[in-house]
Design a protein around this ligand. Structure first.
Ligand code: SF4
Length: 227
């Protein structure tokens, strides 16, 4: 503020881009080595924020995805193309997300995107006031269906239903909270569907192996008792 008062609005508008003038305080959190709040000139590359100001990731890790503007923003995969995007309102919108609050949450490749989806959905289910059905039921069923994927009870159809559910929540709630869950969840399913499918299949096989081991143990104890 003192700099703007001292140097004037034109000076401030000379920073940033034509449509996103000036600076913005961004909050970088998640899997970075120097999380914190940084004042940046709008339009600098996302990579400079994550790898420069926020210190990058732990050695050997790469960005799986990032929320460019808070947990309600659709995630962007950590591709070179996305990391080279200018961090401004227009560029984030054109990339299919939003700059939003300027809270950049970085997820590295050590994390399952299904877990990230579950944490996000659990937060919004907790925050839902319950007044309207798309949000109340949508957040609740999203958590339940992600739980089904995690315990190996889901089928590929469930992932499709989960995706459709997010599309049906968006634009149909009384306030923005329902959309705030559905937008990032929808983007995770759209951009990481193979990971959802692999996770579901691995959980299903683990669950079957556990059940088979339980059957063997039971058979062994029955035979032991009979002997
Ligand atoms: S969208 Fe808003 S009003 Fe509707 S249940 Fe969720 S928090 Fe309540």
């Amino acid at each position: 503020m003192p700099l703007i008062v001292d140097r004037g609005a034109d000076w401030f508008r000379s920073l940033g881009t034509e449509k996103s003038a000036g600076t913005k305080v961004v909050s970088v959190s998640g899997n970075v080595r120097r999380p914190g709040n940084y004042e940046i000139e709008l339009g600098i590359p996302v990579r400079d924020i994550i790898y420069g100001l926020a210190g990058g990731l732990e050695p050997g890790r790469r960005v799986k995805c990032f929320f460019p503007g808070g947990s309600s923003a659709p995630v962007l995969p950590g591709t070179d193309e996305n990391l080279d995007l200018p961090y401004d309102f227009d560029s984030m919108a054109k990339a299919g997300s939003m700059l939003g609050s300027g809270a950049i949450i970085v997820i590295d490749d050590a994390h399952s995107v299904v877990d990230v989806a579950l944490w996000t959905a659990e937060f919004y289910r907790h925050e839902s006031c319950g007044k309207c059905s798309p949000c109340r039921e949508g957040t609740n069923w999203t958590v339940k269906m992600l739980d089904r994927i995690n315990v190996g009870e889901a089928t590929p159809m469930d992932i499709e239903v989960l995706a459709q559910m997010q599309a049906n929540i968006i634009g149909n709630c009384l306030c923005v909270l329902g959309d705030s869950m559905a937008m990032p969840l929808g983007s995770m399913i759209e951009k990481f569907r193979p990971e959802f499918e692999d996770h579901m299949e691995a959980a299903r096989q683990a669950s079957e192996a556990e059940a088979a081991a339980g059957d063997l143990e039971l058979t062994g104890s029955v035979e032991g008792a009979a002997a």
